[in-house]
Design a protein. Structure first.
Length: 391
């Protein structure tokens, strides 16, 4: 049986950042990833990095391309009633900012740097179960090249996302799962056209929410609210553009169209598993919690978790101290719930929900006006959006 210090299941942002943080402290790890390298490097997901995430990638020396290609944004726009209102993120947070840089680009950079350092990331290696988590020798079983193999470790980090297997290694009676399904989803498209805006636009409209984001100076990322059970076949290119034009409509502004090169539907949901650890198994990122995408927080929360885990593991390897490991879940959950609340609040404010009438519409508008006009309310949005330093 193969052995390592920390077995990491999943090569998403959580697993890869953890592997780098551990390596910086001379702790060895093996990453098992069920998909191929090509697949994980192409998967289009998040785009917004908090200041703290960018700072961490800088400290790890992993920001060479991010600094060149990432787009630093110092504000966002909220658009409603045909007008845009800027939330000056940096002015309201002592100079903090967000960086727009695709998750798959982060993943590419992290994989390349690990492999260049001679580290082990096994692609197309699907974990099928985790055993002995209550012992000092937990084991991950995985399928690789047609065989079932086992990897023994001091610790297992379950970074295998929302459909992973690690969470199910914790008996259901020992874990409590909190869930909320929002009755809305996002149809997301990537359009080969220069963004029509310099900053992200979050639009609230009677027809529903829309978001204008971007990936590069030549690629726009656009989202439009749709029902959670909607299907891509219902959305012709013409219908997508027509909805986007209507929801972003503002005098003197127009949305540039281009060929759609990717499309997908993402339901909005919240999930939190408590606690995030059991014995020698620690869950991190989407394996432990999901946030609706409106707050742009999932990737950033995954990075916060593994930062806490890496410090705790470092304390254990250096001096055998267990307190930080014991507090892992409670430390992480403080931030998790803050971010869940922020993401729930943004989702509630910006979407139209079934059954809402003119009364609720006016409540949405009143709240949006308050957020834009009150320095206190705008600061609350801004400090959460760029990422709270302490929670
Ligand atoms: P990931 O990225 O899902 O990685 C988990 C990895 O584990 C692998 N895996 C397994 N490997 C081995 N054995 C098994 N049995 C396995 N089962 C699964 C998977 O193949 C995968 O490679 O989880 P991680 O690392 O926790 O990272 C979380 C983020 O990916 C996620 O929270 C974000 O993408 C959420 N998100 C956003 N987050 C932000 O911070 N800012 C954003 O702007 C933002 N926008 C978004 C988003 C997510 C979206 N979708 C599609 C869900 C926009 C969208 C549309
Ligand atoms: C994105 O660019 O994909 C993105 C931006 C902001 C969000 C969610 C997704 O809130």
């Amino acid at each position: 049986m193969e052995r390592t210090q920390v077995a990491i299941v999943g090569a998403g942002p959580a697993g890869l950042v953890l592997a780098h943080l551990l390596a910086a402290n001379d702790i060895e790890s093996v990453v098992l990833e069920s998909r191929s390298r090509d697949y994980v490097e192409r998967r289009i997901r998040a785009g917004v990095l908090e200041q703290g995430t960018v700072d961490l990638l800088h400290q790890l020396g992993l920001d060479e391309r991010l600094r060149r290609e990432g787009m630093v944004h110092r504000g966002i726009e909220l658009r409603f009633e045909g007008r845009s209102h800027r939330i000056p993120l940096s002015d309201l947070t002592g100079g903090r900012a967000i960086t727009v840089y695709g998750q798959q680009e982060v993943v590419k950079d992290l994989i390349e740097a690990r492999l260049n350092a001679g580290a082990q990331i096994l692609f197309s290696a699907e974990a099928i179960g985790v055993d002995e988590i209550a012992s000092e020798r937990p084991v991950v079983h995985y399928r690789y090249e047609g065989r079932v193999e086992s990897l023994e470790a001091d610790f297992v980090a379950g970074c295998d996302g929302s459909h992973g297997v690690c969470r199910s290694a914790i008996p259901t009676r020992e874990i409590q799962v909190f869930q909320k399904e929002y009755p809305v989803a996002w149809l997301g498209v990537l359009a080969a056209v220069a963004p029509s805006t310099e900053e992200l636009i979050y639009a609230y409209h009677e027809r529903g929410f829309a978001l204008h984001s971007m990936r590069t100076p030549e690629l726009s990322r656009l989202y439009v609210q749709c029902p959670p059970d909607d299907r891509l076949e219902n959305w012709s290119d013409d219908r997508i553009w027509s909805e986007l034009h209507q929801r972003f409509a503002m005098d003197g502004w127009s949305l540039a169209e281009g060929p759609l090169v990717d499309r997908s539907i993402t339901p909005m949901r919240s999930v939190i598993a408590e606690p995030m650890q059991r014995g020698r198994l620690f869950l991190a990122g989407d394996a432990a919690h999901i946030v609706p995408a409106t707050g742009a927080k999932g990737l950033n929360l995954a990075v916060s978790d593994v930062r806490v885990l890496a410090s705790a593991l470092d304390a254990w390897y250096r001096s055998g101290r267990t307190e930080l490991l014991e507090c892992y879940s409670s430390t992480c959950l403080r931030r998790v719930w803050r971010v869940e609340h922020f993401s729930w609040w943004m989702t509630s404010m910006l979407h139209r929900f079934e059954g809402e009438g003119p009364f609720e519409h006016r409540l949405h508008l009143s709240e949006l006006r308050y957020v834009c006009e009150s320095a206190a309310a705008a600061t609350s949005l801004a400090e959460n959006y760029v990422g709270l330093e302490q929670v």
